[in-house]
Write a protein that binds this ligand. Sequence first.
Ligand SMILES: C[C@H](O)[C@H](O)[C@H]1CNC2=NC(N)=NC(=O)C2=N1
Length: 115
Amino acid sequence: MSVSAAELTAKKCTACEGDTPAFTKDQITEHLTAVPEWKLTEDGKSIRRKYKFKDFVTAMAFLQKVAVLAEEEEHHPDLHLTGYKNVAIELSTHAIGGLSANDFIVAAKIDKLPV
Ligand SMILES: C[C@H](O)[C@H](O)[C@H]1CNC2=NC(N)=NC(=O)C2=N1
């Protein structure tokens, strides 16, 4: 079974308690099909997307949009800005130490943000 970006963006993040099970490898695989720009990190506990912007101001403006989205969803990515225009966004669910639906919902919504 696969998951679509439309299904993910139609959802809202939900509070994750520590007892929420982290996604299995199969769940991760089927959810990654909806957000093909995102890659699973080496430890299998996060997903990461990289961007290269035309300049620093554009990079920061995009990160501000991500920040507003994260606050709305109450689910926050790790943001890395290197070399003034390279951005890496990582998502994992801190409360469970792995991936959950929330990570893929936010990833799909980030993919819809204007760059
Ligand atoms: C109470 C609040 O919703 C929780 O602390 C949220 C905040 N943002 C979060 N962001 C991420 N990435 N993982 C979490 O477990 C998380 N928990």
